[in-house]
Design a protein around this ligand. Structure first.
Ligand SMILES: Nc1ncnc2c1ncn2[C@@H]1O[C@H](COP(=O)(O)OP(=O)(O)OP(=O)(O)O)[C@@H](O)[C@H]1O
Ligand SMILES: [Mg+2]
Length: 234
């Protein structure tokens, strides 16, 4: 798949002036832990790298450093392409260091704080992965409302993640999001054990060694990129 000219333009590092705000930025945020933020951030970064978009995967979860650790394993296992994965404590530091990147992919902690709000404010699309249960959906939608109030309205996309085999549960979750008025991604991220083995070997998303999982990941990647492509300019 070809990236749009807007994304490609940013992939040209010479066009990126340090500190400017237009570098495409997507973030994965949430109020709940373990819902797939880091997994989808890695899937997205891998998709961007394969599209020649020079991603920087910014890991703001300094306690877990999931993406940084994953990249170390990736390097140990010589998985290509190389991805620039770095830990950041502040947005300011990220903005100072992104000048050679074409796109910024942000992974955040499993607890929304002031930094999460700032990251959302500077993102073209803010993905909120969530499980299907009410215990996941309620805090996710509460956070979505908070982000919307802070000015991220129209850029928030709720995404049903790690979904099980129950169609009824999925349907109910979709209706709950619909009733909230927030946008939801049409593609869902299914729970499949094989994704964990891939992540443990430094792969993500389309790099899965299992053809079925690869296809599943590619569909998710396509949906996430399509949403970024349709984002309104900030
Ligand atoms: N589709 C999937 N199927 C099975 N396991 C998955 C899937 N997606 C993610 N996982 C696993 O679920 C766990 C949590 O995922 P992940 O680390 O992406 O969540 P997170 O939202 O970043 O969590 P945290 O809030 O702790 O940072 C990980 O062990 C990951 O490998
Ligand atoms: Mg995480």
């Amino acid at each position: 798949m070809k990236p749009s000219s807007r994304l490609l333009a940013h992939a040209n590092a010479s066009e990126v002036r340090s500190g400017r705000k237009e570098l495409p930025t997507v973030s994965f945020v949430g109020q709940k832990g373990g819902v797939g933020k880091s997994t989808l951030a890695r899937l997205f970064a891998v998709g961007a790298a394969h599209r020649g978009l020079k991603p920087i995967l910014a890991d703001f979860d300094l306690e877990q450093l999931t993406c940084v650790e994953w990249n170390a394993i990736r390097l140990q296992n010589s998985v290509e392409p190389d991805i620039d994965v770095r830990a950041f404590k502040s947005l300011k530091k990220l903005r100072k260091n992104e000048d050679r990147a074409g796109i910024v992919v942000v992974d955040t902690r499993g607890l929304a704080d002031e930094l999460t709000l700032d990251i959302a404010e500077e993102s073209d699309v803010v993905f909120l992965p969530t499980g299907v249960s009410g215990y996941d959906l309620r805090p996710t939608l509460a956070l979505a409302r908070k982000l919307a109030k802070q000015g991220a309205e129209g850029r928030i996309v709720v995404e049903l993640s790690k979904i099980g085999r129950s169609d009824a549960q999925l349907q109910k979750a979709m209706e709950t999001i619909e009733a909230s008025g927030f946008e939801q991604l049409a593609e869902h991220w299914p729970q499949r054990d094989g994704f964990q083995a891939d992540l443990d070997s430094g792969r993500a998303g389309r790099e899965s060694r299992n053809p079925y999982l690869r296809e599943t990941a590619e569909k998710m990647e396509t949906a996430l990129f399509a949403r970024l492509e349709s984002a309104r300019p900030r």
